[in-house]
Every structure is written in C-alpha cells, then in structure tokens.
Design a protein around this ligand. Structure first.
Ligand SMILES: [Zn+2]
Length: 376
C-alpha cells in the first residue's frame, strides 16, 4: 500500500487523460466520479453497495457534518471512515460553497464567514483555519481549500473580488494544513467565466503549491455552453502532473465534455438525488419511471446494465414501488444511477487508454440521440 499521496497519468488521448491517484487508503482510478455522501451516507445506499458500483472515493460535506453530528464528535468516534463504515478514500469540501447556498444570515469578512445553521439557527463561524481543522478531525484524505464562490451571473468586479479573497484564503489554508503525509490539499481556481481572472487565479495557486487543483465556481447557473467555454482553457492553466477536479458536475454529457477537456475528477449529487425522485440515467438518456408507459412493461430499465435494479426487476415493478412511495424505489434507482455513472467512467478510462476516445464519444451521443426504447 502506497503511504504517500501521488498521481500518475498513464495515457492521454487529445486532452483527455487516464491514470491513478494513489493514497494510503487505496487507489483512485481517473477520470473518477465521486458519489456524494452529504451527511455521512450516500442516501439510500450501504457503503458496500456504493463500492460495488465501482466507486473508489466518496465526497463528504464539511458544512453538514460540522453542524450535525459535529467534527469533534466524529473525531472522538474514530473519524469519518470508521463512523460511516467506508474505509476507502474520502474527499471533503471546505464548507464554503454550502455556507453560501444553504446557511442563513451569512456575514462575510476578510477573516471568514459567520452564519446561522439552516437546521436550528445556531451561530457558527468558518475561516480557512477552522475549515482545515474540521477536515482534519473528519480524517479526510483529500482536503479542499476554503474559498468563496459567487453565484453566476455576477459582474466581473464581484467575481474578481471573490477570486482574490479566495486566493488569500488558499494561502492561509495551505499554512493551516501544514505537512500531513498521506493526505492531500487541493487549491480551487475561481474567476467565473473570465479567462484573465482564471489565469490570475491559477497563477496564484501554483505559486502556493498544492497536491491537486480544482476548478471551482462552475455549474452554478452559467449553462453547459459557458461551462465548456471555460473548460476549453481552464484545465490547461493547471499543472499537468497533478489531478484536476471539476467541482459539482454533473449530468452524464457534462462529465463526458469535461473529461474530453482534461478533467480527472468530478462529483455530483445528481445520480443519487434523481434516484429518489424517480429519474433514471441510462445510456439512452433519461427515463422517468413515474411515467404511465412503464406500468405494464416487464422489461428491465436497461437490458445491458448489470446493476441489481436491472438484473432482477422490471420497469413495471420500479414504476409501482415509486408510485407506492416504497423505500426500495429510491434504493434501486440510486443503485442503478450510480452504477451507470461508474460504468461511464470505466468506459472512458478504457477508451482513453486505447486511444479511441473520439469514437467512443460519438457512440455515447448517438445512443442518447436514439432515446429510450419504444413502449411495448
Ligand atoms: Zn441498472
């Protein structure tokens, strides 16, 4: 077992790359999709089921865990891996993004942000130093810098101000993180959809020096075209020999487009969240299991899928349990969606390794253009 954090690019095809991140808790094959375990669980899934879908790493949310059950309690109980029964790598976000999107009465100053819990109104403060402390108490393998991400659209002056504050916080995060062999600290590039600001941010981060670099501030309302516009240049501004992580993305076609542009890691609540609302993602696009067309359909969701929902259950059953509000509905659809996402990543890793990414991508779009199988 590797006792240090490392990253090797094993093959490239165009800008797309495949490789592996090594950590003391196991290898992360890239490009990697990280399921989101918000409050110490990937909702509706046992950890061993998440692993069975092919996930090498999970994401945990600092904001949720610091409020409940608190980082100090998780630390006393042996750290997040033990607490949630997931022994493989965990990446934690810094809390910054979720404070901005979820907390009440936020007040931002040069030192950090003060806010009230969305759960019970209790008052809290996050600073770069406190965020590093919380992520250390959780036992996170990949720690994210504390940053400020403005919602888009925002004017350039506002985006520049937030980016420069985030760069000062990145330096403080680096200082507070210290030297922790086997654990990694990632910097987060900001700058909205403005190339000059992205370049300034990348330069500031590289001067500080991180184990990996995230592209932040995207998938916040700018749309896919604008996001791809940024991804046409942003990954190239970051060091080639370190992992590049696109935060909070996305739909399957967003993920494919990001990998094509040189991104190595992604996370999103979409496959698990949509599993609980009756939405399934398949190679032929999105299927709404609520739809009455499925109620007499004995066929599986996807004939080619090897997940338990597709192997052992019909569309008619999945439709029925969703309509009846049965818990197994969210369990089966979440399992299917996570399985599909991991298969997608595995297919891309194989295609990049064999130098056939463009042909693979054409097939991916062609299958989606066909749409779902016709009703019986
Ligand atoms: Zn399936």
């Amino acid at each position: 077992m590797q006792d240090r954090f490392g990253f090797q690019v094993q093959a490239t095809d165009g800008k797309a790359r495949t490789g592996a991140i090594s950590t003391p808790r196991g290898e992360i094959r890239t490009p990697a999709f990280m399921p989101v375990g918000t409050a110490g669980t990937v909702k509706a899934m046992l950890p061993e089921s998440v692993r069975a879908t092919g996930a090498d790493i999970l994401l945990g949310n600092t904001y949720h865990l610091m409020l409940r059950p608190t980082a100090e309690r998780i630390d006393r109980l042996g750290g997040l891996h033990t607490f949630m029964n997931w022994e493989r790598p965990i990446l934690t976000d810094s809390g910054g993004f979720q404070v901005m999107s979820l907390a009440d009465l936020r007040k931002l100053d040069e030192e950090g942000v003060t806010f009230r819990s969305h759960i019970n109104g209790s008052k809290h403060r996050l600073t770069p130093e406190r965020s590093m402390e919380i992520q250390r108490l959780l036992g996170s393998d990949i720690v994210m810098c504390f940053d400020e991400c403005p919602a888009l659209p925002a004017d350039d002056a506002r985006v520049a101000e937030a980016m420069r504050l985030s760069m000062r916080w990145a330096a403080r995060s680096r200082e507070a993180f210290g030297d922790r062999p086997g654990h990694a600290l990632f910097g987060i590039q900001q700058g909205g959809v403005t190339e000059e600001l992205r370049a300034e941010s990348a330069e500031a981060l590289c001067a500080i020096g991180f184990d990996g670099y995230a592209i932040g501030g995207l998938a916040v309302g700018e749309g896919q075209e604008a996001m791809f516009g940024v991804l046409d240049y942003a990954p190239d501004m970051l060091p080639e020999d370190k992992p590049r992580y696109l935060m909070g993305v996305g739909k399957p076609d967003d993920i494919v487009g990001a990998v094509k542009r040189g991104v190595d890691m992604m996370d999103c609540v979409l496959p698990s969240r949509s599993g609980r609302t009756g939405q399934a993602w398949t190679r032929r696009g999105q299927v709404n299991i609520k739809n009455a067309r499925h109620q007499d359909d004995p066929r599986p969701l996807d004939e080619e899928c090897g997940c338990p929902a597709c192997r052992s259950y019909s569309r008619a059953y999945l439709h029925h349990v969703f309509r009846a509000g049965e818990m197994i509905s969210g369990m089966l659809l979440t399992w299917h969606n996570l399985h599909y996402y991991q298969e997608l990543m595995a297919e891309m890793r194989g295609a990049i390794a064999e130098g056939r990414f463009a042909a693979w991508e054409a097939g991916f779009h062609a299958a989606r253009a066909e749409g779902d199988i016709p009703p019986l």
